[in-house]
Design a protein around this ligand. Structure first.
Ligand code: NDP
Length: 287
């Protein structure tokens, strides 16, 4: 039997409609719309495409977008000045810093300057630490937050199941593993030094790929009936493909995210949700 397709595009549209309604209510109560500021240094084309996507989705739900494009050679002091100014502006509810940064700027230094209350992609050490502890009010990086929402709204059981996460970056793999752990999965994390990857992935009830290597996960690496979440974004001859060999894996998996149309739109939706949540926290409303 073919896998159930976990349609992130359709679900993201539902979440966007929910956010749009909540933004209208927020505006009626507070007199302004929540908004995001996107700091981009230089003109990386992939990053520019992503920024345009963010702008479209924020404008689409009636939220504000401020694009702060800094010159490639901007100094650290100037960059920190921009971040501090955005931290202080009431109508900027969330701030994200687009990667990659030019070599002379340290990601850690800029990220640490973000107000944790506006860190809607959950990259500030305080938010990352609270996620590790699983307690308090913190922001979850948008990509794994979107992935977890996709599992939740499709009614996929996590408790007691074996989740294997391939990839251990701070922005996708590691937070996804922690979120699955908080939901009582038994979690294994794999990475580039994991020997016999297929032997491990074949034991997964929930298999998550967050690698950036096209079609790394083949059919024989997947347990029949497993839920497969593909975060991979790879461009092959102008076509978007995931880390999972979708066509063959969908023959054995129980459920699977397509690429495109799976986790990507859910990342966008999660960023909208996080930004609205940030505005509420800053306004002293409920979480
Ligand atoms: P990183 O490059 O930061 O991390 C990749 C991870 O994959 C590393 O932990 C690396 O291991 C591991 N890895 C590399 N090769 C192998 C291998 N052969 N076998 C097992 N593990 C391997 O990438 P990101 O986490 O930032 O992104 C992962 C993917 O997700 C990318 O395709 C990216 O484009 C995509 N992405 C998708 C988003 C979405 O919305 N869907 C948003 C953000 C990213 P090691 O640590 O040992 O080097």
């Amino acid at each position: 039997m073919e896998a159930k397709i976990l349609d992130g595009k359709a679900l993201a549209a539902i979440i966007k409609a929910e956010v749009e309604t909540e933004v209208t209510q927020f505006k009626a109560k507070h007199g302004f719309v929540p908004g995001i500021a996107v700091i981009q240094v230089g003109g990386d084309p992939a990053s520019e495409r992503y920024v345009k996507q963010i702008a479209r989705s924020f404008e689409g739900v009636g939220m504000g977008v401020r694009l702060c494009t800094l010159a490639e050679m901007v100094s650290e002091a100037e960059s920190l000045g921009v971040i501090r100014q955005l931290n202080a502006e009431a109508e900027v509810s969330g701030i994200i810093i687009q990667l990659p940064l030019p070599k002379h700027l340290y990601q850690e230094t800029l990220v640490a300057a973000l107000s944790p209350l506006k860190d809607v992609d959950g990259v500030h050490p305080l938010n990352a630490g609270l996620l590790l502890m699983g307690s308090g009010d913190y922001f979850i990086p948008a990509t794994p937050a979107g992935g977890m929402e996709l599992l939740r709204r499709n009614g996929i059981e996590i408790t007691g199941r074996h989740a294997v996460v391939v990839g251990r970056s701070n922005i996708v793999g590691k937070p996804m593993a922690l979120l699955l752990l908080h939901q009582h999965a038994t979690v294994t994390i794999c990475h580039s030094r994991t020997p016999n990857l297929g032997e491990v992935t074949r034991t997964a009830d929930i298999l998550v790929a967050a690698v950036g290597k096209e079609q790394l996960i083949k059919q024989d690496m997947v347990k029949p009936g497993a839920v497969v979440i593909d975060f991979g974004v790879n461009v092959i001859e102008g076509k978007l493909v995931g880390d999972v060999d979708f066509d063959s894996v969908k023959e054995v998996a129980g459920a699977i995210t397509p690429v495109p149309g799976g986790t990507g739109p859910m990342t966008n939706a999660a960023l909208l949700r996080n930004t609205l949540q940030a505005a509420r926290r800053q306004a002293g409303m409920e979480k």
